[in-house]
Write a new protein. Structure first.
Lengths: 408, 483
C-alpha cells in the first residue's frame, strides 16, 4: 500500500488530521514520498535500510487499557510509565505533563531547519499517533525516569515528545526502551533548553530482535545551557539513533555520546549532527561500537560551524571494534566550517582488538576469551565510569555481561 | 585578526595572476559543439585506426545517457558542452618538427615566460619533457636515451599508432569509459596526453615530465595519460600546469590511468597552477580530473603527490585500487584556495588484497572567499586481511569568509584491518606568529613560513625539481590574502 492510501485509510487514528494547516503540511510530505527517488547515495538516512518494510508498513495503533502511571516517589524524583507512547496529564509546581498539541506540531515543522530530507522524521509527522510534552518549571532540579512500554504485537507507534527546560532548571532524564513485542516505534524528541538550564539525558535501549526502534532527537540550546546525551544500545532489534543539536546562543554546550553492542545480523544506524550558530560554544560527539557476527553499523557525525560562530570548540570521535569476519562498520565524520577562529577535530578508528594487548593478558595466564572480554570492557570503561547513578550503572553492567557472555 | 593583517589581506588580494598572457598563434579549429562528427574529425586528424574510433563512439554514446556527478560541494553554472571547441592544434603540426629549431618561436617564447626553457632543460639534470601545447605534442626530448632502456615515452596519439597492443590492453582498464560522465567525455574526445611504458626490471633513470598548457580560448583540454610499470620497474612522473589569463571559463577533464604490476612502483607528482579566475570570481579553469591507479601485482606501490593552487573549480580524487597483496597506496596533497576558488579534492583507497597499506596526508588552506573540501574514501573489502590505513587531514582557515570542510567516508568489512583517521581545523596559531615576529620577521614572512611548515610533510614528497617550484607557488598563492 502506498503512503497516501495508508494515510487516508487510517486518518481517524492520527493526531491533528482535522487541522487545516497540518493537513497542508502533510500533503507536502506525501508529495515528497511520492516524488523522491530514494537515492541511497545522497541520503544518509537510507543507508543499510530495507526501505520497503518501512514505507509499505501495515498501520496499527491501539490505545491501551493499561493507563500510564506517574509517581512522585521521592522529592524531585518522578517515574513515568508511558504506554504505547501515551502519558496521562500531570501537574504540580515543578513539572507539567500534557498531551502534545497541534501548536507543538506546527512549531516543529516550521522550525526544523537542520534536516529536511530525513524520511523517518517525515513518516513520524505524517502518522503521528501519540506523544506528550514535559515542562520543567523555572529553577527546579528534577529527576525523571520514563519507561516506554509497547503493549501489543504489530503496533506502529509514531510518537512526538516535547521536553522543555525552563530558565535555570536542571533535569536528569533516564529513558528505558525494553520491549519484547514485534512492533515498530518511531519516536521524535524535540528538546528545548532555555537560559542557564541543563539536561542530562540517558537512553537505555534493549529491545528484542523483532522490535524496531527509530529514535530521533532535535535539541536546541540557549545561552549558558547544556545538553548531555548518552545512548546505551544493547538492542537485539534494529535501532536508529539520529540526534541533532543546535547551539543557538552563546556559551552553550552539547555532548552527544553513544555506545552500541551488536551481534547476529543486527543493524544499527547512528548519526549525530551539531550546528554551531553562536560564539563561544562547545560540542563533543563520541560514538563507540562493538560489532560481532554479521552485524552492520553506520555512524555519521557532523559538525557545522556557522560564519558567526567564532571561538568554537567542536570535537568528534568514532571508534569501532570488529569481532568477526563478517561484521562491517561505516563511518563518516564530517566537518563543515565557515568561521576561522575555531578548534575542530575528528578522529576515527576501526579495527580488531589489539593483538599485543591480548598477548599480554594471555601471557599472564588468561584464556583468549577472557582476555577479549576484559579488553572490550576497558574499551568502553570511560563511558561506564562516568555514570554517577548507581542503580543505572548496575543495570548497564548487567547488560554488558549478558552481551559478553555471547562473545566467543 | 588585527588591523595589520586586514591591511595586508586587502593589498595582496589584489595581486594579479603572474602567468596571465596569451600567445597568438593561428589555430586550426573545427566548429564548436559535441557530436559524432566531431569525434570522427578528431579521430581522422589524429590518423587513428578504426578500433579507436569505435572505442570513442562507444564512450560518447555512454556519455549521452549520463549526468554529471552532483555530490561534490561545488557551485558552478551548468556547463554548455555544445559551446566548447573539442579540437585545436597550432597549424602545421600535423607533421612533427624534428628538433626545437623547427618549433614556432612564439611557442618557445611562451615557455620561456613560464620559466621552462626547453633548450636549457635538455642540458639540465635528467628531465625529458613531453610538452602538450593545447592538443598536440610539440617537442619530445630525451627520447633516444629512454629508448635505449626500452622505455616508451610518447604522446598517447603516437602510442595508438605504434603500440596498439598495449593501448588495447590497458586503455580504460582502470577508469572505464562509463565510470562517470567526465570519464566518458574524456574517453570520447581526448586529443593528447602522455603514454609511458617501463619494461620489466627497468628503473627509469630520470623524472619524466609534461607541462600542460591551455592556450586557445574556449578549448577544453582532454588529455589522457596512461602509465604502465611492468614487473619490478620504477618511474617517477611529473605533471605541471599554468594557463594564460582568460575571462571565459575553460573546461578541463583529464583522465590519468596508472598500472603497477608486480614489485613495480609509480610516483606521480602534480603541481597545478591554472588560472583561478580574478578577484571577483570571474573566469578561471574548471578542472574535472579523474586519476586512478591500479596496484595490480604483489608488492606494487603507487604514490600520488599534488599541489593544487589554481583553477576556479577543482574536482579531483587521485585514487588507488590496492588489488595485489602487500601493495601500497599513498596520497599527499596540498590544496590552497583563494578569492572565489572552490576545491573538492581528496582520494579513494580501495583495499582488496591482503596486507595492503595506504597513507593519506592532506593539507587544505582556505583564504578569501573560497571553499576547500577534503573528500576521501577508505574502504576495506572482505578479503583485505591485515590491511592498514592512516589518514590525516588538516585544514587552515585564514579570514572568516572562507570555508574548510572535511568529508571522509570510512568503510571496513574486515576485522583484521586497522584504520585510523584524524583531522583538525584551525586558524594560524597566534603563539607561533608571535614567536616569529619577535625574531624580526614581518607578518607576511611569518605567515608564509608557518604555512610552508604546515605543508612541509607533503612538499618534501615532491622530487627536487618540483619542490622548489611548489614552495614558490605556495608563497605566491598566499600573497593573495595573507599578511
Amino acid at each position: 500500500m502506498n503512503i497516501q492510501d495508508n494515510y487516508l485509510k487510517n486518518r481517524k487514528n492520527i493526531f491533528f488530521s482535522l487541522n487545516k494547516d497540518i493537513q497542508i503540511h502533510r500533503e507536502k510530505l506525501i508529495n515528497i514520498f511520492e516524488n523522491d527517488s530514494f537515492d541511497r547515495k545522497n541520503n544518509e538516512s537510507l543507508k543499510n535500510i530495507n526501505l520497503k518494510n518501512f514505507i509499505n508498513f501495515k498501520y496499527k495503533y491501539l490505545i491501551s487499557e493499561e493507563t500510564s502511571v506517574i509517581n512522585n516517589t521521592q522529592e524531585n524524583n518522578y517515574s513515568i510509565v508511558s504506554v504505547n507512547g501515551q502519558c496521562s496529564s500531570f501537574k504540580d509546581d515543578k513539572i507539567e505533563i500534557t498531551k502534545i498539541s497541534d501548536e507543538d506540531y506546527n512549531d516543529f515543522s516550521e522550525n526544523n531547519t537542520i534536516e529536511k530530507n530525513d524520511h523517518f522524521v517525515n513518516l513520524n509527522s505524517l502518522f503521528l499517533n501519540s506523544g506528550f510534552k514535559i515542562i520543567i518549571k523555572k529553577n527546579n532540579n528534577i529527576k525523571i525516569k520514563i519507561s516506554n512500554i509497547v503493549t501489543d504485537d504489530d503496533l506502529t507507534i509514531f510518537q512526538k515528545n516535547n521536553i522543555i527546560c525552563e530558565e535555570g532548571s536542571s533535569l536528569n532524564l533516564i529513558e528505558e526502551y525494553e520491549n519484547k513485542n514485534n512492533a515498530t516505534s518511531n519516536i521524535l524528541n524535540v528538546i528545548k533548553l532555555e537560559k542557564n538550564s541543563q539536561l542530562n539525558h540517558f537512553l537505555i535501549q534493549d529491545n528484542s530482535p523483532n522490535h524496531n526502534l527509530i529514535i530521533t532527537s532535535h535539541s536546541s540550546c540557549k545561552k549558558n545551557s547544556t545538553y548531555n546525551q548518552k545512548v546505551y544500545n544493547f538492542s537485539e532489534g534494529y535501532v536508529r539513533n539520529f540526534h541533532y543539536s543546535e547551539l543557538i546562543e552563546t556559551n552553550s554546550e552539547t555532548d552527544l555520546q553513544g555506545i552500541f553492542f551488536l551481534k547476529d545480523d543486527n543493524k544499527s544506524n547512528n548519526k549525530t549532527f551539531v550546528k554551531h550558530l553562536a560564539e563561544d560554544c562547545k560540542s563533543n560527539q563520541v560514538y563507540k561500537g562493538i560489532l560481532n557476527d554479521y552485524s552492520k553499523a553506520t555512524y555519521f557525525s557532523n559538525t557545522h560551524v556557522d560564519q558567526v560562530a567564532q571561538k568554537t570548540e567542536g570535537y568528534q570521535l568514532s571508534k569501532g571494534i570488529l569481532l568477526s569476519d563478517n561484521a562491517s562498520y561505516f563511518s563518516k565524520p564530517e566537518l563543515k566550517i565557515y568561521a576561522d577562529d575555531v578548534k575542530c577535530s575528528h578522529g576515527s578508528t576501526i579495527g580488531p582488538i589489539d593483538e599485543n594487548s591480548i598477548f599480554y593478558l594471555r601471557s599472564r595466564g588468561m584464556s583468549k576469551i577472557a582476555a577479549t572480554k576484559i579488553l572490550i570492557s576497558s574499551f568502553i570503561n570511560e563511558e561506564l565510569s562516568s555514570i554517577d547513578n548507581e542503580q543505572m550503572y548496575e543495570i548497564i553492567q548487567k547488560k554488558l555481561v549478558r552481551y559478553l557472555s555471547k562473545v566467543k | 585578526m588585527n588591523s595589520e593583517t586586514l591591511n595586508t589581506l586587502d593589498s595582496y588580494s589584489k595581486n594579479k595572476y603572474k602567468y596571465g598572457f596569451v600567445t597568438e598563434i593561428d589555430e586550426e579549429k573545427p566548429k564548436k559543439g559535441l557530436n559524432e562528427d566531431i569525434i570522427k574529425f578528431i579521430s581522422l586528424k589524429k590518423n587513428e585506426p578504426e578500433w579507436m574510433l569505435k572505442w570513442r563512439l562507444k564512450a560518447f554514446s555512454k556519455w549521452k545517457k549520463m549526468k554529471e556527478p552532483k555530490w561534490a560541494n561545488l557551485n558552478f553554472p551548468e556547463i554548455d558542452y555544445q559551446n566548447i571547441y573539442y579540437y585545436s592544434a597550432p597549424k602545421g603540426f600535423e607533421k612533427k618538427p624534428k628538433d626545437l629549431s623547427e618549433v614556432d618561436p612564439k611557442l618557445i617564447e611562451t615557455y620561456n615566460k613560464l620559466g621552462i626553457p626547453l633548450e636549457e632543460q635538455k642540458v639540465l639534470a635528467g628531465v625529458a619533457v613531453d610538452v602538450v601545447f593545447d592538443s598536440v605534442s610539440v617537442a619530445t626530448t630525451y627520447k633516444g636515451e629512454l629508448e635505449k632502456l626500452g622505455i616508451i615515452f610518447c604522446s598517447i596519439g603516437e602510442a595508438i599508432q605504434k603500440h596498439p597492443d598495449l593501448i588495447k590492453k590497458y586503455l580504460g582498464s582502470v577508469i572505464p569509459a562509463g565510470d562517470h560522465s567526465f570519464s566518458a567525455l574524456n574517453s570520447a574526445v581526448f586529443t593528447d596526453g602522455s603514454f609511458v611504458y617501463i619494461p620489466e626490471g627497468v628503473k627509469c633513470p630520470m623524472e619524466l615530465s609534461t607541462y600542460f598548457r591551455i592556450n586557445a580560448e574556449n578549448t577544453g583540454q582532454f588529455e589522457r595519460t596512461l602509465i604502465i610499470a611492468d614487473k619490478g620497474s620504477y618511474v617517477s612522473y611529473l605533471e605541471g600546469c599554468t594557463a594564460p589569463k582568460r575571462d571565459d571559463n575553460q573546461l578541463h577533464a583529464a583522465n590519468v590511468e596508472l598500472i603497477a604490476l608486480e614489485n613495480a612502483e609509480i610516483k606521480y607528482s602534480t603541481v597545478q597552477n591554472w588560472y583561478p579566475g580574478d578577484e571577483d570570481g570571474k573566469g578561471g579553469i574548471y578542472n574535472f580530473v579523474t586519476k586512478r591507479g591500479l596496484c595490480a601485482g604483489k608488492n606494487s606501490k603507487i604514490s600520488w603527490t599534488q599541489v593544487e593552487t589554481g583553477s576556479a573549480i577543482t574536482w579531483k580524487y587521485p585514487s588507488c585500487i590496492l588489488k595485489g597483496d602487500n601493495s601500497i597506496g599513498e596520497f599527499y596533497s596540498v590544496a590552497i584556495t583563494n578569492n572565489f576558488q572552490q576545491a573538492d579534492t581528496g582520494t579513494k583507497m580501495t583495499h582488496i588484497g591482503k596486507n595492503t597499506k595506504s597513507k593519506i596526508i592532506s593539507k587544505g588552506i582556505s583564504l578569501g572567499k573560497s571553499q576547500n573540501t577534503y573528500r576521501g574514501e577508505v574502504s576495506f573489502l572482505r578479503k583485505a586481511d591485515k590491511a592498514r590505513n592512516y589518514t590525516q587531514c588538516d585544514s587552515l582557515l585564514v579570514g572568516n569568509n572562507c570555508g574548510a570542510h572535511t568529508v571522509p567516508y570510512i568503510d571496513s568489512k574486515n576485522n583484521t584491518a586497522v584504520i585510523e583517521h584524524e583531522a583538525s581545523t584551525s586558524k594560524i596559531n597566534e603563539d607561533q606568529l608571535y614567536y616569529c615576529r619577535q625574531r624580526g620577521l614581518s607578518h607576511e614572512e611569518a605567515v608564509s613560513l608557518i604555512v610552508n611548515g604546515f605543508c612541509k610533510q607533503v612538499l618534501q614528497e615532491l622530487p627536487m625539481e618540483f619542490a622548489v617550484e611548489a614552495q614558490k607557488l605556495v608563497s605566491i598563492s598566499l600573497e593573495g590574502s595573507v599578511g
